[in-house]
Every structure is written in structure tokens, then in C-alpha cells.
Design a binder for this molecule. Structure first.
Ligand SMILES: [Ca+2]
Ligand SMILES: [Ca+2]
Length: 257
């Protein structure tokens, strides 16, 4: 037994990777896995709390911390950022996207003030820390929320935008922002779309690129149709991909609609 433990410890020290293969404790929601390696390989929320009485996903818990697994020259590290006093993370899973093209992934999170509601927050690896890079303003009222669509080049100009639905059960407006490495600036606002129903454990849709065209996939405001949206010449172009139904979002994201 002694030998087995010692050997395991040596293997851990030799590779530096064992910590990242350890079970992830107290995960809230799902673990996001990066598509392309840009520093951050995985990200997730953890440390559940019942401090925020909203239950937008049908569960009583939100998360107190965001964690990112980082593959670097020294091996694998897990970095942690706390939501902070009076805040929680209110989301299904973080999204890992290089929004400003600098080769370092940003982590897109939904950070919620217990009194001012949700904001979109971007985190990035700076030194050995998972740091806040930029945030949108809070919605301004408790129990008001936003649901990320993700990151993609919605207007075809070669730069990546980040999109979310502002109050998906009330306002149903898609808001699109650009990150320049320092701040988030709103560039488009498209009404009449949503991606979540109260109590759903998932946020539906996302970005897709089909035939070289990048679009968002969401529902229409009435949750009856699946919609593709992009920006052409500064204006939103929306296409009806078909009726809502089981597997409809997944089919659309696979370019099946
Ligand atoms: Ca970046
Ligand atoms: Ca763009």
C-alpha cells in the first residue's frame, strides 16, 4: 500500500497533470470543454449555494466560484475566481472562446448580484490568476437574468462577438457585444428571440457555422419556431428553420435546418 501511494505521488509530481484528472468536487451545472486549445481546456462552476432565491433552472442552487483548467508549460493548473460578496454564478456552464483573437481563451460567465440581477462577465488567465477582464452592466433588478448564446462572428467581419438573450422570459432581446481586450461594447440589439424557459435545466441553441455562414440559433419569442440570425450590412437577417420540437435545436446546430 505504501508503495502504491508513493508511486502515485511521484507520477503526479512528474507529469503535473494528475490534479486535472482528479474528480471535480461540488460542480454546479456542466463542465465545458474547449474546442480548440487556447490555454483554457475546461471550465465549470462549483461550490453550490442557496443564497439566491431564483431557481431559474428548476434547482435551488447557484454557484459561488468559477474554475478553469489551464494547460501551461508547467503542466495543468486549476484556477478559481469567486463570484464575490453579494454575488453568485447563475448559469448552466461557462463558455470558452477567444473573443479578441489574442490566442488566449476568454471564459464567458453569468455573474449575478443578489440585488442588481445578472451581468455577463468575461474572465481570462492573467499570470496565475483567473481574472475579470470585462463585464456588462447589471440588468438592474434582483431576479432578472440573461442567458448566453455564446461567441461567434455574427456579422462576418472576421471578429468574434459575444451574444446573450436579455431577460429571456420577459424582454427577449438578443444583445451582441464586442470585446477589444479591455472592454465590452454593445454592437447590435435584436428583439424577438429567446433561448430559455423558466425551470429548464438547459439554455438552448448557440452559434453555428454552416456553409461558411455563422448564425445564432435561438427560439422565436413565442417558443414555437427555431430561428437562425445573422447581421448583414448592419441589419439583422432572421430565418425560420422550422417548428420547435424534440431535437430541433440540436439538428439546427448540426446544420440540419
Ligand atoms: Ca482572447
Ligand atoms: Ca464579427
Amino acid at each position: 500500500m505504501w508503495y502504491a501511494v508513493a508511486a502515485g505521488l511521484l507520477a503526479c509530481l512528474a507529469t503535473g497533470a494528475a490534479a486535472c484528472n482528479a474528480p471535480r468536487a461540488a460542480v454546479v451545472g456542466e463542465v465545458a470543454v474547449a474546442g480548440g486549445s487556447a490555454l483554457v481546456t475546461r471550465a465549470w462552476y462549483a461550490d453550490p449555494t442557496t443564497d439566491y432565491d431564483h431557481a431559474i433552472f428548476g434547482r435551488a442552487t447557484t454557484a459561488q466560484v468559477l474554475r478553469a483548467e489551464v494547460a501551461g508549460a508547467d503542466g495543468c493548473l486549476i484556477l478559481t475566481a469567486a463570484a464575490g460578496d453579494g454575488h453568485v454564478f447563475e448559469d448552466t456552464a461557462p463558455r470558452i472562446v477567444d473573443l479578441d483573437g489574442d490566442g488566449r481563451a476568454e471564459v464567458i460567465a453569468v455573474r449575478t448580484s443578489l440585488t442588481q440581477g445578472a451581468q455577463l462577465a468575461l474572465y481570462g488567465v492573467r499570470g496565475d490568476a483567473l481574472a475579470v477582464l470585462a463585464t456588462t452592466p447589471y440588468i438592474g433588478q434582483a431576479r432578472r437574468w440573461l442567458a448566453p448564446v455564446g461567441g461567434g462572428d455574427i456579422d462576418g467581419d472576421g471578429r468574434i462577438e459575444v451574444a446573450y438573450i436579455d431577460r429571456p422570459h420577459l424582454d427577449r432581446v438578443m444583445r451582441v457585444w464586442r470585446f477589444d481586450g479591455a472592454a465590452l461594447t454593445e454592437v447590435y440589439r435584436i428583439p424577438g428571440l429567446t433561448n430559455h424557459r423558466i425551470g429548464d435545466p438547459v439554455i438552448s441553441g448557440g452559434f453555428r457555422t454552416c456553409g461558411g455562414v455563422t448564425e445564432t440559433v435561438t427560439a422565436d419569442a413565442g417558443w414555437t419556431r427555431v430561428m437562425a440570425t445573422r447581421i448583414v450590412g448592419g441589419r439583422a437577417v432572421m430565418r425560420d428553420l422550422g417548428p420547435m420540437g424534440q431535437g430541433a435545436f440540436a439538428a439546427a446546430l448540426r446544420c440540419g435546418g
